[in-house]
Design a binder for this molecule. Structure first.
Ligand SMILES: [Mg+2]
Length: 382
């Protein structure tokens, strides 16, 4: 027997396990100014309030991790579902075991859906666990992901759907004056789209997100009609979002680069999209598609398949902060989406608000930013 091995002290873990002792949802709704009069629908009714559905995890040593689930329309039922079905399964788990916890939640809850509210809750847990990991190890999320390739990320102004030329032109010019070089429209009629492209001129590139309004035949008609406008990309032209074969028919014309993915539930939806040759640009949402962990897998798939990875981000809480870190950690830096609106109060005291069309990558441990508790208190939905 080797004496030297015998005498070696037993290895000690560098960091002791950290049990999750508390898990809760916090729903916040903050009024915003849209820069026009958008008939913009948040879950059925036109609203000028924006929701953030936090998941807050706390470890036995009092380390707090913040996550976010996609939410619209003061959805207390969504918060309750996550609170009662997802979060109890996290209590007592070792916060370091991110992949293991995520797999167990997905496996145990698979009968409740692989896309939708349950997955939004799992996504939020994953984001919060990465925040805790960064705080426990003292490094920013972008460093945990392999290192930031840049200190700031370029943001595109994702305009509301105004449905009239005057407002869409006004918002286009205002966004350009604020320093944005990329503008995304949510219009679905030709006049508004053309008016914005003409108003942008050579000051900004314009892309179009239609949110799945058309049959394949209708989408093909618009694909031809809009070709002269040289849109930077065309997003979700076909209903329903999982109609990858239909989407592939639009992509096959070669007239537009096709973007989609915000309605996907996991890596495997992107495998199917790419196998169908349906997309040029993959848009997973960190708060809908399985959190930071799942987006890392999707980014690797895109890298291997030559697809652009440009996460969807129409939220303003920890999901947005996580998306900034994820974007910064890509060698080919994706543009960061930001819905174009001004809030009555900022969850991060303005730290995530773009300046001249760019946002800084937070340098603190974990997400690097914690939400303002006084803002949460003021706007909390009870
Ligand atoms: Mg979209």
């Amino acid at each position: 027997m080797n004496r030297r091995t015998e005498e070696r002290p037993a290895p000690r873990p560098a960091v002791a396990p950290q049990r999750i002792v508390k898990a809760e949802t916090i729903l916040v709704s903050i009024p915003f100014e849209s820069g026009g009069t958008p008939p913009w629908s948040f879950g059925g009714s036109p609203r000028l309030q924006f929701d953030t559905l936090f998941v807050r995890l706390e470890t036995e040593d009092g380390i707090v991790g913040w996550g976010e689930a996609f939410s619209r329309g003061e959805d207390k039922s969504l918060a309750a579902l996550i609170e009662t079905r997802v979060l109890p399964l996290v209590i007592g788990r070792n916060a370091f075991e991110i992949s293991k916890i995520k797999f167990d939640l997905e496996f145990q809850l698979q009968n409740f859906g692989r896309i939708g509210p349950i997955v939004y809750g799992i996504s939020a847990v994953d984001i919060a666990l990465w925040d805790i990991m960064g705080k426990l190890t003292g490094v920013p999320l972008s460093t945990l992901l392999g290192g930031a390739f840049a200190g700031e990320v370029e943001v595109y102004a994702s305009l509301m759907r105004y449905g009239n030329c005057a407002d869409v032109v006004k918002a286009t010019r205002q966004a350009i004056e604020r320093g944005y070089r990329y503008i995304k429209l949510h219009e679905i009629t030709e006049n508004e789209i053309r008016a914005s492209v003409e108003a942008a001129g050579s000051d900004a590139l314009v892309m179009l997100d239609t949110n799945c309004p058309w049959s394949v035949a209708e989408a093909l008609r618009y694909d031809e009609l809009l070709k002269p406008l040289n849109l930077y990309w065309l997003e979700e032209p076909v209903w329903p979002p999982e109609n990858y074969v239909g989407l592939a028919r639009v992509k096959a014309t070669g007239r537009h680069r096709i973007a989609a993915g915000e309605n996907a539930g996991s890596l495997h939806d992107f495998v199917a999209m790419i196998e169908a040759n349906a997309i040029d640009i993959a848009q997973p949402d960190v708060a809908k598609t399985g959190g930071v962990s799942e987006l890392l897998k999707i980014a690797a798939l895109c890298d291997a398949k030559g697809i652009e990875f440009v996460p969807h981000c129409a939220i303003f809480g920890p999901g947005q902060v996580a998306t900034i870190h994820l974007s910064a950690a890509q060698r080919q830096l994706p543009l960061l989406e930001r819905l174009y609106c001004d809030f009555e109060a900022e969850l991060y005291r303005g730290e995530t608000t773009p300046k001249r069309g760019k946002v800084r990558v937070p340098a603190g441990p974990g997400l690097g930013l914690d939400p303002a508790l006084d803002v949460i208190d003021r706007y909390r939905v009870k």
